[in-house]
Design a protein around this ligand. Structure first.
Ligand SMILES: NC(=O)c1ccc[n+]([C@@H]2O[C@H](COP(=O)([O-])OP(=O)(O)OC[C@H]3O[C@@H](n4cnc5c(N)ncnc54)[C@H](OP(=O)(O)O)[C@@H]3O)[C@@H](O)[C@H]2O)c1
Length: 286
């Protein structure tokens, strides 16, 4: 039976917002979890609710009466393991029928990571689940790098020439929503990527051609990257993870992975980086 009410955590985020779009399209109503429900955009079928991993008393009211949950982990959060495992316990206590948990490309290879420990905790919980492991988001070039692309015509990373199968968060959101509504995906781990491997010079070239002005990728020293993240107030554990991602994993081509999972699940290929840039040109206009 199709779910009638879903809780979407991180509902204001890159992927949560897209999961909502696709659940609504299937006729499922949504509880959109956020720390600031008063700011939620009003739309038919969406009820904005207080959901804060730092305040466990918000979990039961948000989950009560829901059929399924999209579980996501806020970036740079300092109590991830404790609070997300608590959320999984509360899902069990509230009789949630299905959980989709989003982690990342490197989770399997990183047994000490919080993402991997939580995947195993969910798998052992007795809940029906799907795990979705996406590659790097195309939308990082709107958020993380959007400002310097506009102001400097450049973006800065310690990633060398490493290649990535960037994926559009609209495709991730659709796969996650499908996994909540399609029982055939129960128990599966979906490693999802975009359609092609690109390095950051390729990304800069596509941005340049589509926007009609030069956008440069600058391969910065790792200490400059570390200092930049710290200056935004990012905690040390999160800085270390970002440095691992780009200076170790991407630089050494560990993210050069492509799969056909989006096509298998959705019956169509994932969006290309060119399509993503064409769809968002106004975002980078000065
Ligand atoms: N960026 C990538 O390329 C990439 C690739 C693969 C996987 N991932 C994974 O994707 C996840 C999301 O990352 P993102 O950078 O895209 O962030 P995001 O989901 O766009 O934004 C962060 C979200 O976390 C919510 N949040 C923050 N603190 C919270 C708290 N205490 N309780 C409840 N919700 C809280 C925020 O909601 P409110 O502010 O509305 O409360 C917001 O919706 C991370 O686990 C990351 O590892 C990212």
């Amino acid at each position: 039976m199709s779910p009638r009410l879903a809780l979407v955590t991180c509902a204001t985020g890159n992927v949560g917002s897209k999961v909502i779009d696709h659940l609504l399209a299937t006729g499922c109503n949504v509880r959109a979890g956020t720390r600031h429900p008063e700011k939620g955009q009003s739309r038919p079928g969406v009820e904005w609710v207080l959901f804060d991993y730092s305040d466990p008393t918000t979990m039961d009211p948000a989950m009560k009466g829901c059929d399924c949950v999209f579980l996501n982990m806020p970036p740079a959060y300092d109590k991830t393991l404790e609070r997300l495992s608590m959320a999984i316990d509360r899902m069990k206590a509230n009789g949630i029928g299905k959980v989709t948990f989003m982690t990342n490309l490197f989770t399997e290879a990183n047994p000490a990571s919080e993402h991997r420990k939580l995947e195993l905790y969910l798998a052992g919980s007795g809940l029906r689940y799907t795990i979705v492991r996406p590659s790097f988001f195309m939308q990082n070039f709107l958020g993380q790098h959007g400002q310097t692309i506009k102001s400097d015509g450049a973006f800065y990373l310690p990633a060398g020439k490493g290649r990535i199968g960037f994926i559009d968060t609209r495709d991730i959101g659709e796969v996650c929503a499908r996994s909540l509504t399609d029982g055939n995906l129960d128990g599966q781990t979906l490693l999802i990527t975009g359609p092609e491997l690109l390095d950051h010079d390729d990304v800069a070239n596509i941005l340049s051609r589509t926007l009609g002005r030069t956008i440069r990728y600058v391969d910065i020293p790792v200490e400059a990257y570390r200092g930049g993240l710290r200056s935004f107030g990012m905690p040390d554990h999160a800085v270390d993870f970002m440095v691992f991602l780009f200076d170790t994993a991407v630089r050494n081509n560990m993210a050069a992975v492509l799969t056909d999972e989006v096509k298998r699940v959705l019956g169509r290929p994932p969006r290309s980086f060119r399509q993503f840039v064409s769809d968002h040109t106004s975002h980078w206009s000065r």
